[in-house]
Structures are given as C-alpha cells and as structure tokens.
Design a protein around this ligand. Structure first.
Ligand SMILES: *[C@@H]1O[C@H](CO)[C@@H](O)[C@H](O)[C@H]1NC(C)=O
Ligand SMILES: *[C@@H]1O[C@H](CO)[C@@H](O)[C@H](O)[C@H]1NC(C)=O
Ligand SMILES: *[C@@H]1O[C@H](CO)[C@@H](O)[C@H](O)[C@H]1NC(C)=O
Ligand SMILES: *[C@@H]1O[C@H](CO)[C@@H](O)[C@H](O)[C@H]1NC(C)=O
Length: 347
C-alpha cells in the first residue's frame, strides 16, 4: 500500500497548496501534477481525487471578472468551427441584446500586426458601445497594453492535425477560390495541378507546402498551420514553428486573459462553460446551438475534403508536438472550468 500513501500525501500537499497558493503560483505546476495523478490514481483513490476537484473554485478560473469593459473580443482562429460560434453569437446578440461587429473579409488576412496597428485595433474594439462582441481573424492583441480597458477574450481550438488538413482542403475548395476571385478579380486562379494535389501525396513527397520544420519561419497568409499563433500574440518570438518560446507565450495569454477557450471536439462542455463564465453574452447558448444551428447542416463543411490516412496524420503529428501540447493545455483548462461548476451529474 506504499503507493497509496504516497498518492494520498501528495494529494493532501496539493490540496493545501491549491488552497493557499493557488492564486499566486502558475497553474501550470498544478496542471502537470494533475496529469501525473490521472495516471497514478487507482479506483479507491478516486474519492480523494473528487476532493481535489471540489477544491477547484470558479472564481480562480474566471477571467471574465477581470474585464473592465463589456466587450467580447473573439479573435477567431480559421478552420476550428469558428464560423459556427460566430453564427451562435449573431443569434445570441438578438436574444441577449448586445451589439454584433465583425471585421470584413480581407484580401490578405494579416494576423500579425505592427504595434501602431495593434493600438488602432485596441481603440476600435474599445469604441463599440457595450455590451458588444467584436470578431476578427487576428493574433491575441493585448488591449490593456495600450492603456485601454481589458475586454472579455474568447476563442476556440481544435485538434491541430485535423485543423491543418481542413485548411489544406479549404483553400482548394471551388467555392473558396471562386468567392475570392469575385471579391478580388485580379487574383489569378490557382494552377489545376496544385488544386488536385492531395494531402497524403503532399506529405509523403516532402512538398514544401506540407513540410513542418521546428523553428522555421513562414509568414505568407498568416502562417495558417498553427492555431497557437492566434494566442501567442504579435511578438517575433511567436514566429518560429513548434518552439517553446511561442508555446509559453500562448499559454500565458490564455491563462491571464482568456475567459474561455472552447474546444470544437467538445461542444457541449464548451457551451456550458461559456454559459456559466460569460452569462451576460452566452445565456441560452446550448439551447440556441442545438435547436437552431446544429439542426441544419454544419456551416462551412467542406465536402471536397477526402478522408486522410491515419499513418499520414501520425507522421504530421510527430512535428506538431508544441501545437498538441497547447491544444491539450486548452482542453484541460476547459475541463477544470467545467468541473469547478460542480454541476449535478446528468442522469
Ligand atoms: C498585457 O498587458 C498588461 C499591461 O501592460 C500586462 O500586465 C500583461 O502581462 C500583458 N499580457 C501578456 C500576455 O503579455
Ligand atoms: C518533420 O521534421 C523532420 C525534421 O525534424 C523532417 O525531416 C520531416 O520532413 C518533417 N516531416 C514533415 C511531415 O513535415
Ligand atoms: C450534447 O448535448 C445535446 C443536447 O443536449 C445532446 O443531444 C448530445 O447527445 C450531447 N452530446 C454529447 C457528446 O454529450
Ligand atoms: C464569472 O464572472 C462573471 C463576471 O463577473 C460572472 O457574471 C459569472 O457568473 C462568473 N462565473 C462563474 C462560474 O463564476
């Protein structure tokens, strides 16, 4: 039973720590402890695990209370289902009475801005009459850094490999480039050979488009390979692919600023957390989502996306370690926020 003793004392130490120091320590430490314990715990220790869970307090996980203006800033990541969340917000803006503002489609989506443009964006976000929501594809922009009141940050993430594949086929879907051609007639139509190239071949042949190298910097159309970029911010350290520096910045921004980062694969949990942590905007979100939105076919679903072989996904996954870590971090935070609510178990 030696293992049990260690397990229990560790739990007690952790509970004491979380009660007294939780606000001051980086929750990352707690996160890794929790992760270790998930592996170690035996069924008879689950009682203690539940005790640990009851020590999670919504207050400590609630960044909404830090906001100094009732403006939701949704710096949406492409290809994570953010179109659906945007549609949800549009409907909720009528139901819950708040302003809905969205950036228009850009010729070249610039997600990384120079400091003066960040200042201008921060001023724009703060110029809407509260309560309002503002939506734009852009890296995390620290509004309070420009002396303006902190808004309520939200976003959504998705399995990083599925997202990269989704992006790959999205830019090849006929409606995507036809729409762009209509909006910007001088953009040339893509090469048919490029259009027909499938993801598996692209990865296996070592095509530059499907090469994901640690430390590589590639800006182009906003380096859409990475969702952590949208959380890291505009700093140069955010540029190199799959690096610790960028990962740490992204995690810090989430922990310090984001009220909720939802997870596409866990929509029910995401909606419940949004409803409870940002009620002014999201009350009734589950109802609207299930009864008005998901009944119809998923918005922006790409029927041109063929299934991709799991072995190919695993190959890509090997190079996305920091992205996967970031995704798992967001997922765990969402789970903690959910557990802290201590909702009665569903029958
Ligand atoms: C955002 O800016 C505020 C005020 O300058 C600062 O305290 C905070 O650390 C910044 N957040 C990040 C993630 O850099
Ligand atoms: C993954 O990274 C290695 C180098 O670390 C590289 O040789 C390989 O081509 C990369 N694979 C993919 C699919 O990008
Ligand atoms: C999510 O909630 C909806 C509506 O309450 C329900 O129909 C669905 O089964 C739930 N999905 C999961 C995975 O729990
Ligand atoms: C989080 O804070 C907001 C704003 O103060 C509040 O409306 C909401 O009820 C809080 N949620 C939780 C779960 O504590």
């Amino acid at each position: 039973m030696a293992a049990d003793v260690i397990g229990t004392s560790e739990l007690i130490a952790l509970m004491a720590l979380s009660a007294t120091l939780f606000l001051f320590i980086h929750t990352r430490d707690l996160n890794s402890k929790l992760k270790e314990m998930e592996v170690k715990l035996q069924p008879d220790e689950m009682v203690s695990a539940n005790q640990l869970m009851t020590s999670l307090e919504p207050f400590q996980l609630n960044n909404t209370r830090k906001a100094k203006q009732e403006i939701v800033f949704f710096n949406r990541v492409p290809k994570v289902g953010s179109q659906t969340l945007m549609e949800l917000l549009r409907r909720l803006s009528i139901r819950n009475e708040f302003g809905f503002h969205q950036d228009r489609v850009q010729r070249v989506e610039t997600i990384r801005l120079a400091p003066e443009d960040q200042a201008a964006l921060s001023a724009l976000v703060s110029s809407y009459e509260p309560p309002s929501v503002y939506i734009k594809h852009v890296c995390f922009t620290n509004v309070s850094e420009f002396g303006l009141p902190e808004p309520i940050y939200i976003n959504l993430v998705r399995d990083p490999i599925e997202r990269v594949i989704s992006w790959y086929y999205y830019v090849r879907a006929p409606w995507y480039y036809v729409e762009r051609k209509l909006a910007f007639p001088d953009i040339p139509l893509p090469d048919p050979k490029w259009l027909k190239k499938d993801f598996e071949h692209c990865v296996l042949s070592g095509d530059r488009e499907c090469k994901y190298l640690t430390g590589e910097i590639r800006e182009g159309i906003g380096d859409h390979r990475r969702q952590s970029m949208f959380f890291c911010g505009h700093h140069a350290d955010c540029l190199p692919f799959n690096t610790d520096g960028a990962l740490e910045r992204a995690k810090q921004a989430v922990e310090q600023h984001y009220a909720v980062v939802g997870v596409l694969e866990e929509m029910n949990t995401t909606l419940t957390v949004l409803e409870n942590y940002i009620p002014r905007f999201f009350q009734g979100a589950s109802d609207v989502f299930w009864n008005e939105i998901s009944r119809y076919k998923p918005i922006n679903k790409n029927s041109f996306k063929p299934p991709v072989n799991e072995e190919i996904k695993d190959l890509v996954r090997k190079n996305f370690t920091k992205e996967i870590e970031f995704y798992e971090f967001c997922k765990q935070r969402l789970h903690k926020q959910y557990l802290a609510l201590k909702l009665p178990e569903k029958p």
